[in-house]
Structure formats: structure tokens, C-alpha cells
Design a binder for this molecule. Structure first.
Ligand code: NAD
Ligand code: UDP
Length: 339
């Protein structure tokens, strides 16, 4: 029996596939390469020393999904596939609702019709909205999202909760990621954003390598120790290992569970800039810019539920997150080569 990984060629998916293969699982990857390159699949093989099947398929393509479920023995699905750029989601809301929500509904219908009722879903800390005070716990109120991307995550959580209420043969894990950064230790796989990065860490690493002139720090007048925004950055390999634990959980129960995947520690933008400079030995020029719409001052997790119920906790610190990001950036200044 295999684990189907949707979006497995992407940033978090590729790291998770390596950890699943290392743990001895058989995997099948599905991706439409909307935001990834084929080369990431070669590197998963290279780093794990193992082979796997791959389907180029869109999660909105019901016939394509039926073909996979008919031909493969799939026990559970880890569902990463989705669009994730906050700014783009404000410009193209219909595309985001179609891809993320429509795609997830089609995937779950195909799963149900083929008797596969175990799913791990990539949610986000963004579902906690603007009004909760950190540390964020899974039982806090969700909603009040500030952009279509966040709303798709919030709505998919509700859809999956309704699905479980209607049929508790399902087993579902909703994983709320905090801020994934870093890369595989080898420097062979990492985050490869299209165009100018939206997120802090890829922006910093592109400034450090000289592709961008200067980091804009979005506000230094927040109510935080140094005035810049505080977030819970988590090493992508720790996040990947959290998925191995979560998929083991869904394969062993018929429950719906929600877990924060974070470290529980908040770092400011300036903390990250300084840690990156130290790890890379390279300067990161920055200037203070206005606040970014929709940003909050502070967001970090209470990760204790995942420790208690999954036996998982993040082990890698900020220094390692910066060193690994820099190794990937330095060795692959233009990301993955084109197909
Ligand atoms: P990514 O863009 O690197 O990976 C997503 C993958 O899904 C890509 O390979 C893309 O080609 C594929 N994909 C997109 N739409 C598809 C479709 N319709 N059919 C098939 N494949 C499709 O993103 P990531 O950073 O690895 O994120 C993975 C998941 O985690 C996403 O759902 C994202 O929203 C969620 N998430 C990410 C973060 C983050 O900061 N990276 C934070 C919270 C949640
Ligand atoms: N940030 C910044 N400059 C950038 C990108 C991000 O100052 O070019 C800040 C942002 O305001 C927030 C933090 O860095 O305080 C993390 O932002 P990111 O977009 O990486 O993640 P978010 O927490 O918003 O999902």
C-alpha cells in the first residue's frame, strides 16, 4: 500500500517525500508542475536512493484521479497541492477558490468513491485570523482570514470537518503550519519561488546572493521587542517529519485531529536578518518600509498537542535554518534548472 502525495514536487512536499521514503513508505507523487519543476523529482530519488511512481495530473481532473486510484493501491493521501501566494490570491480569487477548494473537493470525492478515507491536509496558521493572542492553540477560534488564500485554508478545514461529521469512517489530520524555512542539508532541494519572493526568508537569501538589492522590512513600529513582526519559523525538514508522524496517526485511527506544526518560539524580522548574516557571512542590506496590509504583529504556536499526541517536536534551531537556506541558495542561485 502506498501514500499518495499531491503537490509532492513542491517545496514542503519534496522534503516530506524524502522523509517518507527514508522511513520505508512506498509513495506515489501527483503534481501538475504549476509551481514546481520536474528536476525536484530527480533529486528526491537521488537523496533517498529510492524510486517511486509519478503522475502528472491536476487535482481538479476527476478522470485523471480515477485512473490513479484504479491502478494503484493507495492507503492514505497527504494533500499539499494548492496555490499559496497571498498577494496573487487577492488579484485572482476565483483561481484560488477553484484550485484549492474545487481541487480538494474533487480529490475527496475520488478518494471516497475508491474507498480511500485517510487524508493529511496542509493548512496554515493563517486560519487563526487577526484576533487571537499567541501562543496559538488548536482550540482557539478560527476565521476572520484577511485574503482569499487564507480563506481557502479556513474553508477547506470546514469542508473536511463536515465530511468527518457525515462519515466517521474518515480519518483526517489538519496540519496548521507556521513559517516553514530552510532546506535539505544536502543543498540539493529547497524553496524555488517564481519571480520576486513574497516571503521573508527567500527574499533575504536572494538579497544575499545579489539577485535583489535590498530587503524591505514591513514596519518597525509593531508592539514587539524590536518593533518588527514576530513569527514562528520552522525548519522544513522538521515539518516534513511532522507529516510522517501525522500520516502514521491517520493510518491508525478514525478521527479528525488538528495539529499546529511550529516550534513555539517567535523571532522578529531583525532576528532573522541577523541570524542569516551570521550563518552566511554575507551582508543583507535592508530598509524600513511601511507595514504590509493584513500583517499582524506576532504569531507563534503552542506546539504541545503535536508533542503529546504525535510524539513530534521541532528539533532544528534558527542557525541551522539559515545555514541550510544559504547552502541551497548558493548551490542553486537560479533554483532548479528548467525542464
Ligand atoms: P509549493 O507551491 O512549493 O508546492 C505546491 C505544489 O502543488 C506545487 O508543486 C504545485 O505545482 C502543485 N499544485 C498546485 N496546484 C495543483 C493542482 N491543481 N494539481 C496538482 N498539483 C498542483 O508550496 P509549498 O510551500 O510546498 O506548500 C505546500 C502546501 O502547504 C500548500 O497547500 C500551501 O498552501 C501549504 N502551506 C504552505 C506554507 C508555506 O509557507 N510554504 C505555509 C502554510 C501552508
Ligand atoms: N516581511 C518583511 N519583508 C518581506 C517579507 C516579509 O518584512 O519582504 C515580514 C512580514 O511583514 C512578517 C514576516 O516578515 O512580519 C514574515 O512574513 P512572510 O511573508 O514570510 O510570512 P507570513 O507570516 O506573513 O505568512
Amino acid at each position: 500500500m502506498a501514500i499518495l502525495v499531491t503537490g509532492g514536487a513542491g517545496y514542503i512536499g519534496s522534503h516530506t517525500c524524502i522523509e517518507l521514503l527514508n522511513a520505508g513508505y512506498e509513495i506515489i507523487i501527483l503534481d501538475n508542475f504549476y509551481n514546481s519543476k520536474r528536476e525536484s523529482l530527480n533529486r528526491i530519488k537521488e537523496l533517498s536512493g529510492k524510486d517511486f511512481k509519478f503522475y502528472e495530473c491536476d487535482i481538479r481532473d476527476r478522470k485523471g484521479l480515477d485512473n490513479i486510484f484504479e491502478n494503484e493501491k493507495i492507503e492514505a493521501v497527504i494533500h499539499f497541492a494548492g496555490l499559496k501566494a497571498v498577494g496573487e490570491s487577492c488579484r485572482k480569487p476565483l483561481e484560488y477558490y477553484d484550485n484549492n477548494i474545487g481541487g480538494t473537493v474533487t480529490l475527496c470525492q475520488a478518494m471516497r468513491d475508491h474507498g480511500v478515507k485517510k487524508i493529511v491536509f496542509s493548512s496554515s496558521a493563517t486560519v487563526y485570523g487577526m484576533n487571537n493572542i499567541s501562543p496559538l492553540r488548536e482550540d482557539m477560534q478560527t476565521g476572520g482570514t484577511t485574503n482569499p488564500y487564507g480563506t481557502t485554508k479556513y474553508m477547506i478545514e470546514i469542508i473536511l470537518q463536515d465530511l468527518y461529521k457525515a462519515d466517521n469512517e474518515w480519518s483526517i489530520a489538519l496540519l496548521r503550519y507556521f513559517n516553514p524555512i530552510g532546506a535539505h542539508k544536502s543543498g540539493r532541494i529547497g524553496e524555488d519561488p517564481n519571480g520576486i519572493p513574497n516571503n521573508l526568508m527567500p527574499y533575504i537569501s536572494q538579497v544575499a546572493i545579489g539577485k535583489l538589492p535590498c530587503l524591505n522590512i514591513f514596519g518597525n513600529d509593531y508592539d514587539t521587542p524590536d518593533g518588527t513582526g514576530v513569527r514562528d519559523y520552522i525548519h522544513v525538514v522538521d515539518l516534513a517529519l511532522g507529516h510522517v508522524k501525522a500520516v502514521e496517526k491517520v493510518m491508525g485511527c478514525k478521527e479528525l485531529n488538528i495539529y499546529n506544526l511550529g516550534t513555539g518560539t517567535g523571532y522578529s524580522v531583525l532576528d532573522i536578518v541577523n541570524a542569516f548574516k551570521k550563518a552566511s557571512g554575507v551582508d543583507v542590506p535592508y530598509k524600513i518600509a511601511p507595514r504590509r496590509d493584513g500583517d499582524i504583529a506576532t504569531c507563534y504556536s503552542d506546539p504541545s498537542k503535536a508533542l503529546k499526541e504525535l510524539g513530534w517536536k521541532a528539533e532544528r534551531g534558527l542557525e541551522e535554518m539559515c545555514e541550510d537556506t544559504w547552502r541551497w541558495q548558493k548551490n542553486n542561485p537560479d533554483g532548479y534548472p528548467d525542464d
